[in-house]
Design a protein around this ligand. Structure first.
Ligand SMILES: [Zn+2]
Length: 422
């Protein structure tokens, strides 16, 4: 059996900014791609082997998350203010990556861009997923993130200083097979002794990484939080800026000039703010409290100015995992960043595909694209929070997860996190 017709569905169309009822999508399970889609019934030109009645369900492309850390564990950072991370062994990181992959696909996340993995583990995880050895979303890899000596993420990252070391480092990462280069350009929240405003890599270092990556057709993602760091990274030509706490008019101008996309990771801030009181140390939580409003206003400004926003959560940070948090991030864009539900859906589908340079094959329900999609009982345009509910998940045209029960709206924290006793 090769061609399945999923019929009687309401299919999301980003041009219409809405779901269109009474549509069908025919998939070829051998290639994993969509061969026909439209209104009503399939054309006689397509030989269908099996027909599945979707009973009016709402179908949208699978959720893409442009900012994850599959080797990190959202529940094991601190306990009572003391560091309580897992043993940092390769084995432990790998086992958690496998669990996070499973959580992601079962929650409708069909493609992730991993932007920093201890021991370059995402490179092997990607191969295992492609061979069908582990269940999970498709993976765009970055290997270890680049950071200055002692900089943000230096614990599991790759420390480089100066243009020459950056060039050598980026070329080495690409030799290992990474798809994307991740640079820690400023300080951040989860490391003591630095602030989000600290510049870490200088503009020459960032530009050197961009030139090398672009020569090989790879993208560059920059962790940047403070105002100056965001501008520096965008001027140097990175493809996406992550987090971005302080976007002003000048920043918008630079983004437009360079075609920069923004990956907000609002849930990373929200989750620490909301659940971190007992376990996240004061020095980290303080940075969130001081910046959260600026951050949300910054993303609102970028969205209103028409800057492409690609959904990313920073999954793996405290209380921010691989289950319904991605769908909650989408809701935050509506609740806190002024987007319509359709615009928020686009951030996690077509905008992510474009930012990751995979839009020829992902991001829409369209002929020639991979049949990675989710099917929901309720309409997200009417209530964006329904994406957080249990849903049917399809990968390469095949059902890989079935909704077992409806989860209460707004429940975005996993049972495992609740077990921590936040
Ligand atoms: Zn991150």
């Amino acid at each position: 059996m090769t061609k399945i017709n999923y019929t009687n569905a309401a299919i999301y169309n980003h041009d219409a900014q809405d779901f269109e009822a009474n549509h069908y999508v025919v998939v070829d399970t051998e290639t994993g791609k969509i061969v026909e889609t439209g209104e009503g019934t399939v054309s006689s030109a397509v030989q269908v082997d099996e027909t599945v009645d979707m009973k009016g369900k709402y179908i949208m492309p699978g959720i893409m998350n442009a900012h994850t850390h599959i080797t990190s564990i959202p529940t094991y950072w601190w306990r009572d203010g003391e560091e309580d991370r897992h043993s940092d062994s390769r084995e432990f990181n790998t086992m958690y990556a496998i669990q996070n992959m499973k959580d992601a696909i079962n929650n409708g996340i069909t493609y992730i861009r991993n932007v920093g993995a201890a021991y370059d583990i995402d490179i092997e995880i990607k191969k295992m997923q492609e061979k069908g050895m582990i269940k999970g979303p498709k993976v765009m890899t970055s290997g270890r993130a680049f950071t200055m000596t002692g900089g943000h993420g230096s614990g599991s990252g790759h420390e480089v200083d100066g243009v020459d070391e950056m060039i050598k480092g980026v070329r080495t990462a690409m030799k290992k097979g990474v798809d994307n280069i991740k640079l820690m350009v400023t300080g951040g929240v989860l490391k003591n002794g630095e602030t989000p405003d600290d510049i870490q890599f200088n503009e020459d270092e960032v530009r050197a990484a961009v030139v090398e990556a672009h020569h090989k057709g790879k993208t560059v993602a920059a962790h940047v939080q403070g105002a100056e760091g965001v501008k520096e990274a965008a001027r140097a030509g990175v493809d996406t800026v992550e987090h971005a706490f302080n976007i002003d008019d000048e920043t918008i101008k630079i983004f437009k000039e360079h075609g920069t996309a923004v990956v907000p990771t609002m849930n990373a801030m929200y989750a620490i703010y909301e659940y971190g009181e007992k376990t996240v140390p004061e020095w980290a939580r303080r940075k969130v409290i001081v910046n959260i409003e600026k951050h949300f206003a910054s993303i609102t400004k970028a969205a209103a100015a028409g800057i492409p926003i690609a959904m990313g959560t920073d999954a793996g940070t405290p209380y921010n995992g691989f289950q319904s948090e991605s769908a909650y991030e989408i809701q935050l864009y509506v609740d806190k960043a002024g987007m319509t539900p359709a615009q928020a859906i686009d951030t996690a589908t077509i905008n992510c595909a474009r930012a990751m340079h995979v839009d020829k094959e992902y991001g829409e329900i369209a002929v020639g694209k991979y049949a990675d999609f989710i099917a929901m009982a309720e309409n997200p345009i009417e209530d964006i929070s329904v994406i957080q509910h249990e849903k049917d998940v399809y990968q390469n045209g095949v059902n890989v997860h079935r909704a077992v029960a409806q989860v209460e709206a707004g429940q975005q924290v996993s049972s495992e996190m609740e077990a921590v006793g936040r």
